[in-house]
Write a protein that binds this ligand. Sequence first.
Ligand code: FAD
Length: 382
Amino acid sequence: MSGPDADIAVVGLGAWGASALWQLARRGIRAIGVERYGPANINGSSYGESRMFRTACLEHPGLVPLAQRSRALWRQLEQESGTRLLEPTGAMLIGPEDGRIVGGALRAAREHGLDIEVVDRDALRRRCPAHEDLSPGHLAVIEPAGGLTLPEATIRAALDAARAAGARVITDTRVTALETERSRVAVHTAAGRVLHVGQVVVTAGPWLDQLVPGLPLEVVRMPTTWFTPEAPHERFTLRRLPVFMRELDGGDVLWGHGTLPGGTEVKLGLEDGGKHFRVVDPESLDRSVSPADWSVLTRRLAQAVPGVGREPSRAIANIYARTPDGQFVIGRPRGNPRLVVAGGCSSHGFKHATGIGEVLADLVQGKEPVFPLGFTDPDRFE
Ligand SMILES: Cc1cc2nc3c(=O)[nH]c(=O)nc-3n(C[C@H](O)[C@H](O)[C@H](O)COP(=O)(O)OP(=O)(O)OC[C@H]3O[C@@H](n4cnc5c(N)ncnc54)[C@H](O)[C@@H]3O)c2cc1C
């Protein structure tokens, strides 16, 4: 038996895998990252120019410390890469006080003493005139330190930092199987190459259960759309329309942000809410987009954000994997000593990418992650 190619292989180099590789390499661990497509590719979940960052984690208060740690690591990655990756424009969570968005944000903020501001409908409309059509009683939780992260730039920065710390990065190579041998794992690739490593971290996003069967993941196709306002107006700039999630009457959640500096497009989309988007097989996915992808959104936009335009100027089809309870799966399935998984991002995982990279490096080293993440146990559904 020849010696191992590395201590660890990270399979899938989207935001989570690239961050894990960076964290492993900076600890001096010999790590290889393997990615099926190119870095920052359009096929996975980490694509589309921007993502909302906030620590008011309405999805689960236990995620707040992870988001806070992620912010610190983002600053570190910015320093190492010399690239701005997290723009603190402020983040706005808007809707009825007892709704999922505002209610969840307030709960997280109270439990963790977050620095937030709560403003009523009239104050919000003065600050952000694009939100003029707010229903009575709706309010906004504003997190001044929230903002925009840049997915493609973050992945590139993490991969560069990982390489600089000694990691190997192999792109355009699909991993087809993981075979556990007595004291190591054989990582088989479509090119017929086999890498031998001590442990594998699988961060394959929507493809995770191809390599680790048995996880209850569904892949959802989620269109992302950009609009060019009918007339350029200050109300649509990022400063006046910072990144937001807004619960509309009826429960649909609109998300987006104003035009980036130098840009002309407002990014807007609807959250799935289990109603709008198709469950798909990522291997036979139709990525072409058509009016059916944005008709529900544009029907709501005419009233919710008037003046933004009737048809998108640009659209793409993203995918993500979701779990039955909407929480991630992070850990060692069935206590497997050679395998760590992280996936099921349920469309709220980008903001945690750098922190998850650190958690994965801890797990690989047999350390208890510093935050209790029992609610992400991959075996919790059994
Ligand atoms: C439209 C949209 C909007 C979102 N908005 C937000 C937001 O505002 N804020 C937020 O926090 N989160 C948001 N999310 C969620 C966030 O983008 C994801 O949680 C995050 O990008 C997940 O990253 P990942 O690394 O787990 O997965 P991915 O980015 O999908 O990476 C997985 C990688 O694994 C590779 N791979 C797969 N199979 C193999 C294989 N067999 N061999 C080798 N490589 C393989 C893939 O090519 C891919 O590059 C959004 C998601 C979507 C789709």
